[in-house]
Design a protein around this ligand. Structure first.
Ligand code: CP
Ligand code: NVA
Length: 313
């Protein structure tokens, strides 16, 4: 993984995912404190963030490195300065770039002109760091991934895309219930279906949330309106009205099912008021795990790790 970009989950193999989860287990147990001493990560963000920014900043600091946060106003990516020029200049200063962009294409241009690794910190197409933290959280709670069933209820968005690809690589069954017109992209679905041939994962797309959630081990949802789609918010509230995860829907999942959400949540929309504070919800562990899995990712990409001692293989 050393020196590689992470723009999409498809940049990883199933072995890479296993290694990152194994490393994250060790990171969470307090390992590898100074392996990135002297390294600098640029955080180039075109959209707001709480978890991604803070977890990357703390992760780098705990590994002995540094970050430089660049807000939309500071850089003017593609406005004040072209994306290729920003990539080439930043590459002269820092060891890696984590970028949050509106368009995935911007991220691809950034990576193609950058001589240092570029990590997708969320684009309109994917959110791979989130999916890695999600798999780590599920592994931590369930002790396995292979053969479990995850039900995603809602928009076939960036979070759904990365999770679908990651689940398919890891052998976890993936069911998704989305309204017509809001399904995952065909290209991502076909790629996931190819992975599933090897991993044995089953993929099922439906418009009916109850079908997806029935007897699931993991229930997952995300906002109906993602960043950049604010003008569609009212229309989306109507279209997704029957896709709320509430206690009635959750009761169809397995007794020991867990509930995940990448956050930020819109309480009373995609999740009923209070449901993220209910016993099945693991969303704050999930948010914490962003940091542990990103420490693993940074250490692998920047070449800071030896063979881990223990964990998930
Ligand atoms: N889940 C997530 O990426 O959160 P932020 O937008 O706050 O970074
Ligand atoms: N789908 C959401 C995820 C936020 C972490 C968005 O893109 O806004």
């Amino acid at each position: 993984m050393k020196g590689k970009d992470l723009l999409s989950i498809s940049d990883l193999s199933s072995e890479d995912i296993r290694l990152l989860i194994s490393d994250a287990v060790d990171m969470k147990a307090g390992g590898w404190l100074s392996v990135l001493s002297g390294k600098t990560l640029a955080l180039l963000f075109d959209k707001p963030s709480l978890r991604t920014r803070v977890s990357f900043e703390v992760a780098m600091r705990q590994l002995g490195g540094h970050t430089i946060y660049l807000s939309p106003a500071e850089v003017g990516l593609g406005k004040r300065e072209s994306v290729p020029d920003v990539a080439q200049v930043l590459s002269r200063y820092v060891d890696a770039i984590a970028a949050r962009t509106f368009s995935h294409q911007t991220l691809e241009i950034l990576a193609s002109y950058s001589s240092v690794p570029v990590i997708n910190a969320l684009s309109d197409l994917e959110h791979p760091c989130q999916a890695l933290a999600d798999l780590f959280t599920i592994y931590e709670k369930k002790g396995e991934l292979d053969g479990l069933t995850l039900a995603f209820v809602g928009d076939g968005n960036n979070v759904a895309h990365s999770l679908l690809l990651a689940a398919s690589l890891a052998g976890m069954n993936f069911r998704i219930a989305s309204p017509s017109g809001y399904r995952v992209q065909d290209r991502i679905l076909h790629l996931a279906q190819e992975y599933a041939v090897d991993s044995g994962a089953e993929i099922f797309c439906t418009e009916e949330p109850r079908l997806a959630v029935s007897e699931a081990d993991v229930v997952y949802t995300d906002v109906w309106t993602s960043m950049g789609q604010e003008a569609e918010a009212e229309q989306r509230r109507q279209i997704f009205a029957n896709y709320q995860v509430n206690s009635e829907l959750l009761s169809l999942a397995r007794e020991d099912a867990i509930l995940l959400h990448p956050l930020p949540a819109h309480h009373g929309e995609e999740v009923a008021e209070g449901i993220l504070d209910s016993p099945k919800s693991v969303v704050f562990d999930q948010a914490e795990n962003r940091m542990h899995v990103q420490k693993a990712l940074l250490a692998e990409i920047l070449g800071g790790l030896e063979i881990p001692l223990a964990g998930y293989r």
